[in-house]
Design a protein around this ligand. Structure first.
Ligand code: GLA
Length: 529
């Protein structure tokens, strides 16, 4: 449990911050007109990361600190793959408060080998080898929340270098034990330290809303917690989770591609929550374009929990390339209607939530959810997977207690799924044993589980070291990166490259999140020219 939290502090009315040479200024009252028209440049413009909300798993909700070990994380990784969550797009995974590292007398972080015998780099390689992305955790203050691990204060550059050496792709940075620190300066410094370390990472800020991060954090990182913790380890709390959803929806205008409000890890599938409640919470998270970070024990999931977490039609709303965050349009105490989520194909998502206990028959009118009152529209129910219509003027829905009607509404009968990417690996390891020049190849295959054929992935050849070339083969849904290493003239040693590939979602024309993978080359002896 978090032991020492700061109380929400005051932030000056005018913030002026310098990020990558761009002066950004905003007043506390400024509310951007729309997610597509934000005043701040998203940090993701530079690294191309998290242009749709990150999806993955973190241990804290289910486990807290003590049970976390390499064995547990590997079991979770295997369960993530076996249960179908990987195929549904969940990718970022790793330990958080599990006493993973300590600070040595030289000031450097070292892996806790008693708990993580492969070391944190070894664990990262395991995760990358499974076609998943590596998530780690630290704190912006002197210690993490449990106080069991050192925070980054005073060691920002060293620590971000260690995280890059361990090959983290995502770093959650908490705000415990940070009394007296300036929040904007601290997180800016950590962002700078990440860039200096040279490995692009999803930067997940975790100040529980303190310092109003939605006002400034998009220029520093990719997502920020907006509220207090959703639960204590091991036990979900429905009322608290609903309160968090209703606090987070109010910040909709601050979210957009590469900059997400984070209402915390999910509690779907945890003790204390019914399947109906889990389905409602998952719908809220998708409607709000929230990061989908599962928090339950993936080794022990019921069929309904798996079905909720892997519902591709709901995930399609979350992962929509426009990146709009839906919000409440009206709330009468018993019933709330959520809309404001245009989707990439011209359809729109809508959600009706019934707080009451029994059943209610309710009407959603087209002019409440962004269409013209007289439109005739098709409706896709994202939980029953049925399409009905065309409906004139609106649609009637029956919603049970604590349940939602989660709909996608369109002028056409088609409801395409945006890109959901699944890779066979994110790590290519090659070994050149002889002294004669040779060509070695290793591949990374990426499949799109969405509806569209993708254009070929692009890798900028000038970004690669001279010993490596990358060709993309295949087309549409399944493409393969063929990595060819030419060893002629290479000296004995270890070589590494981080390859970046870019693509565009064809229906919306929006850039997709950049795809990064590692190539390792071990040259055993000097190679002739
Ligand atoms: C804070 C965060 C949680 C979790 C714990 C770990 O409370 O908000 O999400 O990371 O710390 O101690």
């Amino acid at each position: 449990m978090a032991t020492k939290k700061n109380t929400p502090g005051s932030t000056s009315a005018l913030l002026i911050i310098l990020v990558t040479g761009v002066t950004l200024s905003l007043t506390m009252d400024s509310r951007p007109a729309s997610p597509q028209n934000l005043p701040l440049r998203a940090h993701a413009d530079m690294d191309g990361l998290a242009l749709t909300p990150p999806m993955g798993w973190y241990p804290w909700n289910a486990f807290g600190e003590a049970p976390q070990t390499e064995k547990l994380i590997k079991e979770i990784v295997d369960a993530l793959v076996a249960s179908g969550l990987k195929e549904a797009g969940y990718a970022y995974v790793g330990p958080d408060e599990g006493i993973c590292f300590s600070r040595g007398p030289d000031g450097k972080l070292t892996s806790n080998l008693a708990r993580y015998p492969s070391g944190l780099r070894g664990l990262g390689d395991y995760i990358h080898g499974k076609g998943l992305k590596y998530a780690l955790y630290t704190d912006a203050g002197s210690k993490t929340c449990s106080t069991a691990m050192p925070g980054t204060k005073g060691y920002e550059f060293e620590d971000m270098r260690a995280f890059a050496e361990w090959r983290a792709d995502y770093i959650k940075i908490d705000w415990c034990n940070s009394e007296g620190q300036d929040i904007v300066k601290t997180y800016s410094l950590l962002g700078e330290a990440q860039r200096a370390a040279g490995r692009p990472v999803v930067h997940s800020l975790c100040s529980w809303g303190e310092g109003y991060p939605w006002k400034w954090a998009g220029a520093i990182g990719h997502m920020w917690r907006t509220t207090t913790d959703i639960c204590g380890p091991g036990q979900a709390d429905w009322a608290r989770a609903v309160r968090i959803a209703f606090a987070n929806e109010k910040l909709s205008s601050f979210a957009g591609p590469g900059r997400w409000n984070d209402p915390d890890m999910m509690v779907v599938g945890m003790p204390g929550l019914s399947d109906v409640q889990g389905r409602s919470l998952f719908s809220f998270w998708c409607m709000m374009a929230s990061p989908l970070i599962a928090g339950n024990d993936l080794r022990d999931m019921t069929r309904p929990t798996i079905d909720i977490l892997t519902n591709l039609e709901a995930i399609a709303v979350d992962q929509d390339p426009l990146g709009a965050q839906g919000h409440v349009v009206w709330d009468d105490g018993d019933v709330s209607l959520w809309a404001g989520k245009p989707l990439f194909d011209g359809s729109r998502a809508a959600l009706m939530f019934f707080h009451g206990k029994s059943k209610a028959r309710l009407r959603i009118a087209w002019d409440e959810v962004g269409f013209a009152a007289a439109d005739e529209l098709y409706v896709r129910n994202l939980w029953t997977h049925e399409t009905t219509g065309p409906h004139a003027g609106g649609v009637d829905v029956t919603v049970g207690g604590s349940d939602v009607a989660f709909l996608r509404i369109s002028k056409t009968k088609d409801f395409p799924i945006p890109p959901i990417l699944v890779a066979d690996t994110y790590l290519v390891s090659l070994r050149a044993a002889g002294s004669r020049p040779e060509k070695l190849t290793g591949t990374v295959s990426v499949v799109n589980k969405g509806s569209s054929d993708l254009p070929p992935w692009r890798v900028d050849p000038t970004s690669l070291p001279p010993w490596l070339s990358v060709a993309v083969t295949g087309s549409g849904k399944a493409q393969t990166f063929v990595n060819t290493v030419a060893t002629a003239g290479l000296k004995k040693g270890a070589y590494h490259a981080l390859v970046r590939a870019d693509n565009v979602e064809p229906i919306s024309g929006r850039p997709m999140s950049a795809l990064y993978y590692d190539v390792d080359l071990e040259v055993v002896r000097n190679v002739r020219r």
